[in-house]
Write a protein of this length. Sequence first.
Length: 262
Amino acid sequence: MNADREYLAAGLALGTLADAEMLEALDLEASDPDFAEEVASFSETLGLLAETDDAIAPSAETEAAILSIPRLHQQAEADTAAPAATTESVTPQATTPPATTPARTRRPSTALFALAASTLLLLSAVLAGALINQQQDTSQIEESLTVAEAERERTQRLLSASDLAFTEAEATVGGRLTLAYSVSEQMLHLTPHDMPELPEDQTMQLWLIDEEGAHSAGLMTGTSTELLTDLAMDEDMTFGVTVEPAGGSEAPTTDPVVLADL
């Protein structure tokens, strides 16, 4: 497709043509399948950009149009210069001006730059979407690193505690728990071993038990480690685990499956 037709196809998709050009483009779209396909390609790219922020690769036709712009521009300049060179090399033989025949008006080379601007506008939007996604990914990575660093610092506090203690308790439902805790730091780290997974409507609830009763210390899955902080932990408490309805209970509703003196 030549530069004029590329210009008309891009302009029709973007809605930037003058009235006369719009009529010419619409006629071409109705009568020329290749031209209609080019318009559809530009329109599809614009539609995708409106629907998502994700990076979208330009179509093969769009990429080809961009890459051909310098060549087409050079060809337009060469075509313009050719008649002047011919005039200089031929001596006129008659004073009567030769008859002229109507010629198709060549669209000025600014059409090529209009096409380039339209196409680069699409690519700019594509690159902007890619940049937004990259920034979002970077923010997520930074947030994950912040969480991991905070977790590392809490674990370091527990391991550095002067009263750090360890204990292990068997579970009546199978498996066992290893506990690392510090009363001074009010922290407790749980590591389950071979404990069963519960159905979705049940959960394991943690309790710190003293003379006044059982105080909830949160929930656990039974399959992953847990680090509990800011606990109201005193010496001579008992740690317990019960199986409760999903979401937990205000007080134990079943017998403990794990009990360990702290």
